[in-house]
Design a protein around this ligand. Structure first.
Ligand code: GLA
Ligand code: ZN
Length: 646
């Protein structure tokens, strides 16, 4: 495992560079990320490059045995550039230009921006092409899907639509535009979602396509940058860093043309009191690994209390800095780069805490980081191992867009059910992959397919095939609801999945903030929230029936034998403890080994390969935990990770 830091030499006095690098070296830092926001110092005047300071920093780090990740500085063009090319600023939804002086406000399709970006990327990549210290390149910083509403972007959006549909008639048909007299008669009438209307007022088919275009647009830009880097450095290792932002690009598309994933990992420093709330970051880590089904990097890792876009949050409790980094490693991140070396002394982010506080006196958090660096060395041997999983959960960025466009009912959000299922499987010590619906299903024994909202015939076919061949599949409410254009399918739900689950939905009740109840055969009762599908079984058997409302006695959860396999259907959202119980039964039924008796939020992950097996047991809680695995008694301090390598 390799530990790094995000460092901003452009913001520190020159006299600090060597001192910082000495301390990095002593501490065991192996990699340093540089320059993602440094454009104004790299090109202080139009066409006048000033890279000497960056050469010097790289040299200082190299002399101390450290490697470097360089970033294309395209997130923040200098203000002299905007002065010359005012149109290159993004246009907001209300048609106004974004305010300058913050970051990420350039239009990624603007010709002037692209010309200047190309020139600096070309200069930078030529300069460092042969520098052996530069081991990877990061494109820009946390690029979001392109929600710019300028004329150039509108033009691009129309080109995207034309290439997908060829004619406006085809768009009208796909979107069902006859409603509210929304039929287009020319391409010019098609505009992005300007204005202050709440998104759910707009046609969901149109909105889904706009989200798809916005993602494709940023992916095109990312690939354009990757090509520029590869032109001068053919074997460059290229990434871009992502997080779960408001306008998320489709991660699967985003990384297809890049060499590795990097994720910015900021687990909460304040754990929720409500045990029903999902907070485990293992879910996001597994999702990131699943994007390429490969190891990944954390490009920014939690190092202290947060506080720049919001009031300051609680500081990291003892154990978090080390524990969350090791948790990332346990889930497949081989390099973990901490954000940031030292708190910024100036700028909007000065209250976002890094490893060292403004005083520049290394304290408790730094000591914990230093300890992590020591432990990381011992894990080198484990880097060549893999995380093999029998269980996969399907995650679809498009279903998530569709849920955001049309919130299903009060409190319901796309990620909740995948997270509940993930937390149930991890409670029994299983490795879990979170993968694309379009990924290969072979090799898995269980596939959880929650909320298969938009219907893709090929995905449906492969889920039937998987089950028929002996797999276990878990389908949930809000499946088979829409076609690929986000229009409702005129069949009883869950439409395409009806024969697979051996049941259909007679009607549904979006209970939102209200509560209903369900009952299992042994009489135990659990709460239902958000949604209740009232089921009618055909070939399925009933596992749970409702115990309240006018549908009391009707099926809520079912199980169906299909071919050599089994299909479960969960028609509601229920308590964590019931997901756990269901998953335990599913594992028993499928004859799969599992670890019993782990306390909530204690996670086991295993990495295997090359004759090595490593078992990670992480206490993702702020309390000491005692438990037994077989004859082994284990005690873990808050956020402690126990690692056994054999
Ligand atoms: C993101 C960004 C960083 C920084 C941190 C903390 O992850 O990539 O530049 O802004 O958030 O605010
Ligand atoms: Zn634009």
């Amino acid at each position: 495992m390799r530990i790094g830091v995000d460092y901003y030499p452009e913001a520190w006095d020159r006299s600090l560079w060597e001192k910082d690098a000495d301390l990095m070296q002593q501490t065991g830092v192996e990699i340093v990320r540089l320059a993602e926001f440094a454009w104004c110092r790299l090109e202080p005047k139009d066409g006048e490059f000033a890279f000497e300071w960056l050469d010097e920093v790289i040299d200082i780090l190299t002399k101390r045995g450290m490697k470097v990740v360089l970033c294309t500085p395209t997130n923040c063009p200098p203000l002299w550039f905007y002065e010359k090319h005012p149109d290159s600023v993004q246009t907001e939804k209300d048609g106004r230009k974004t305010r300058k002086g913050i970051r990420g406000h350039r239009c990624i399709n603007n010709a002037d921006f692209l010309r200047y970006a190309e020139r600096i990327i070309d200069f930078m990549t030529k300069r460092y092409a042969d520098n052996k210290s530069v081991v990877a390149w990061q494109i820009d910083n946390e690029l979001e899907a392109n929600f710019c509403f300028c004329d150039t972007c509108i033009g691009k959006y129309r080109v995207w639509l034309k290439s997908k549909y060829s004619t406006v008639e085809a768009v009208n048909k796909a979107y069902g535009n006859v409603m509210w007299s929304g039929e287009y008669s020319s391409w010019k009438q098609i505009e992005p979602p300007f204005g202050s209307y709440p998104d759910p007022w707009l046609n969901p088919s149109y909105m889904l396509d706009f989200n798809r275009y916005a993602s494709d647009s940023v992916v095109e830009h990312i690939n354009w940058q990757a090509d520029l880097i590869r032109k001068n450095i053919p074997d460059a290792k290229i990434t871009t860093n992502v997080w779960f932002c408001t306008n998320m690009p489709n991660f699967y598309d985003e990384f297809r043309g890049l060499d590795f994933i990097s994720y910015d990992n900021y687990p909460t420093t304040r754990l929720p009191d409500n045990p029903e709330e999902c907070y485990t970051h293992a879910f996001h880590l597994d999702l990131m690994r699943g994007v390429k089904r490969d190891k990944f990097w954390i490009m920014e890792e939690l190092s202290g209390g947060l506080g720049c876009w919001a009031p300051m949050g609680r500081t990291t409790s003892p154990g978090m800095i080390k524990g969350y980094s090791l948790q990332a490693f346990a889930h497949g991140a081989d390099t973990v780069v901490h954000f940031r070396w030292r708190n910024a002394a100036g700028g909007a982010e000065m209250h976002w805490h890094g490893l060292i506080d403004h005083s520049n006196v290394p304290g408790r958090r730094f000591a914990e980081f230093a300890d992590l660096c020591k432990d990381a060395k011992a894990l080198k041997a484990v880097c060549n191992t893999e995380i093999k999983s029998d269980v996969a959960i399907l995650y679809s960025p498009e279903d998530e867009y569709a849920f955001k466009i049309q919130p299903q009912t009060n409190g319901m959000y796309y990620m909740e059910q995948p997270m509940l299922l993930h937390s149930a499987f991890t409670k029994y010590g299983l490795n879990v992959d979170i993968i694309d619906q379009r990924a290969d299903f072979s090799g898995y024994r269980i596939i959880a397919a929650p909320q298969m909202y938009l219907t893709n015939a090929d995905v449906v076919r492969r889920l039937y095939e998987f089950t028929e061949n002996g797999g276990t599949v878990i389908i949930t409410n809000r499946s088979g609801v829409k076609d690929e254009f986000n229009k409702c399918i005129m069949q009883q739900l869950p439409t395409a999945y009806r024969s697979l689950i051996g049941a259909y939905v007679e009607e549904y009740d979006p209970i939102g903030w209200d509560e209903a109840r369900l009952k299992l055969a042994d009489g135990s009762v659990y709460k239902c929230r958000r949604w209740c599908d009232v089921l009618h079984t055909e070939t399925a058997e009933v596992i749970a029936e409702y115990d309240s409302e006018f549908y009391k006695g009707k099926p809520a959860i079912t199980r169906n034998t299909y071919g050599n396999g089994t299909a479960y259907y969960i028609g509601t959202i229920t308590e964590k403890s019931l997901y756990n119980r269901l998953v335990r039964d599913i594992l028993t039924q499928a004859d799969m080994p599992f670890v019993d008796g782990l306390p909530d939020n204690v996670e086991i992950t295993t990495r295997t390969g090359n004759g090595t097996q490593a078992r990670f047991i992480f206490n993702n809680t702020n309390k000491e935990q005692h438990f037994s695995i077989g004859s082994e008694d284990i005690t873990l301090a808050p956020f402690e990770m126990k690692i056994d390598i054999s």
